[in-house]
Ligand binder design. Structure first.
Ligand code: ZN
Length: 169
């Protein structure tokens, strides 16, 4: 089932998410729905807070569903390593219509649990490294806009506030 994606300004997007403690039907359904929602958007990643669930779960597919080999499900993830640096344009399904250049690691290794509760460690390079840090940020209540500084951030926030006032956000 495709779930509505919450937008910038929703409280759940600004709060740190909690660890998953129960591997049950509800979690299975959440993951299935997150994958369906990500592919339908389409996007390369989605974190549980974006569908209003404050749990440390994200899904990423750097092929955006074109291969189905690229799907990564991470539960209670932590960074094992992060190195290098890349500067690329990125966006977010919770901030539709906006893009910005964000500093991200060139390589990121994430360890977490898969949907069966087994530990797995995945190395991301390039787009996948960027997606890993973007989604980890979501689990800590942070959006890419929050990584911007000064007028670049103010400009986006002001445009969003304008859209909100016009009832278009
Ligand atoms: Zn995002």
């Amino acid at each position: 089932m495709i779930r509505p994606i919450l937008r910038y300004g929703e409280r759940v997007l600004q709060q740190p998410a909690a660890d998953v403690t129960r591997f049950d039907r509800t979690l299975e359904q959440l993951i299935d729905d997150m994958v369906a929602t990500m592919y339908a958007a389409p996007g390369v990643g989605l974190a549980a807070p974006q569908v209003g669930v404050p749990l440390r779960v994200f899904v990423v597919d750097d092929s955006a569903g074109t291969t189905h080999h690229g799907l990564v499900v991470m539960i209670n993830p932590v960074f094992v390593e992060r190195d290098g640096m890349q500067l690329e344009e990125e966006g977010c399904l919770s901030v539709p219509g906006f893009n910005a250049t964000v500093v991200r690691p060139a390589r990121a290794v994430v360890r977490g649990l898969d949907r069966a509760g087994n530990e797995h460690t995945i190395e991301g390079l390039g787009l996948l490294a960027r997606a890993f840090e973007h989604e980890m940020d979501h689990l800590d209540g942070r959006l890419f806009v929050d990584r911007l500084r000064g007028i670049r951030r103010d400009l986006i926030v002001r445009k969003i506030q304008k859209l909100k006032r016009a009832g278009k956000w």
